[in-house]
Design a protein around this ligand. Structure first.
Ligand code: B12
Length: 229
């Protein structure tokens, strides 16, 4: 293990992504876990494991699938491996600020949306900021989401959408959320937003963030000052 640790110390997130991708495509859960564990032990920030290793490796899996270089079954296997690795990674994130102050943040993939790894990443990052996170996963019906946001008096609702064809359902979801009193702060993100802020406004959200780190910076700017009071 020490030799491996020494090797990872010298390597870039890009090289780690390649090592992780190779483990996804084998597929080899233990190896994928080892790549991440060893990199963390060597000093890679857990946030970078999410955003600079796992996320780009999954995007590459998508490219390989879209160009018929791997099968649908191999893409599913790779996704299973990343789901397992992600399940253990949340506990490694540091709780660094108290912007959330225990208030409720709901995270969901929007109606029709089966892509859920990004949703999980957003949920894990919100924990860093001290939000009480309710993570609903894939394909959440708009009405159910709004009902939960109302009953739990959610301060933030973060919506993830990968497919542009699902943006109409995001509009409907935002309409229902806006009818709540008080309405939550609605943040959107995911691959569907090719022109992020403009589309976010069009669907009725308060803001767009390209990734979970940008989301935390946005939330700190909106809710950070009342964290001091
Ligand atoms: C795994 C996968 C699947 C799995 C998902 C399983 C699961 N449990 O998640 C399954 C097999 C279900 C699937 C199905 C389909 N998929 Co698919 N899938 C992927 C793949 C390979 C990886 C997705 C992933 O996990 N990425 C990693 C995560 C971390 O990235 P992310 O979601 O973008 O999230 C990041 C940011 O966007 C952001 N973010 C995401 N959400 C939010 C929310 C907020 C609030 C914020 C702030 C940030 C944020 O944070 C994350 C980290 O930076 C992608 C390739 C890709 N480029 O992503 C294709 C991809 C998304 N799929 C694609 C397609 C076409 C499909 C199908 C239509 C295929 C089909 N013909 O059936 C179906 C649609 C199913 C549906 N109705 O949703 C296309 C979409 C193209 C497009 N733009 O239309 C892609 C891009 C593949 C490709 N290259 O063509 N897929």
């Amino acid at each position: 293990m020490n030799d491996t640790l020494g090797a990872f110390r010298a390597v870039s997130p890009e090289a780690l992504e390649q090592a992780y991708l190779a483990a996804l495509l084998t597929p080899d859960v233990s190896r994928a876990q080892e790549v991440i564990d060893t990199a963390l032990a060597a000093g890679l920030p857990p946030q970078d494991a999410y955003l600079r290793v796992i996320a780009p490796a999954m995007a590459e899996v998508g490219r390989l699938w879209a160009t018929a270089r791997i099968s649908v079954a191999e893409e599913h296997l790779a996704t299973q491996v990343s789901q397992i690795v992600l399940a253990g990674l949340g506990a490694r994130l540091p709780a660094t600020t108290d912007v959330g102050r225990g208030r409720v943040a709901i995270v969901a993939s929007t109606p029709g949306e089966r892509h859920a790894l990004g949703t999980q990443m957003v949920a894990d990052f919100l924990e860093i900021q001290g939000w009480q996170v309710l993570a609903l996963g894939a394909d959440v019906p708009a009405r159910e989401l709004a009902r939960l946001a109302g009953s739990r008096r959610a301060t933030v609702v973060a919506l993830s959408t990968a497919l542009p064809g699902n943006l109409l359902a995001v509009t409907r979801t935002c309409q229902l959320l806006r009818q709540l009193d008080p309405p939550p702060h609605i943040l959107v993100g995911g691959g569907a937003y090719r022109d992020g802020p403009v589309q976010a406004g069009a669907v009725g959200a308060d803001a767009f963030a390209a990734d979970p780190e940008a989301m935390l910076a946005h939330l700190a700017s909106v809710f950070g000052s009342d964290a001091q009071t």
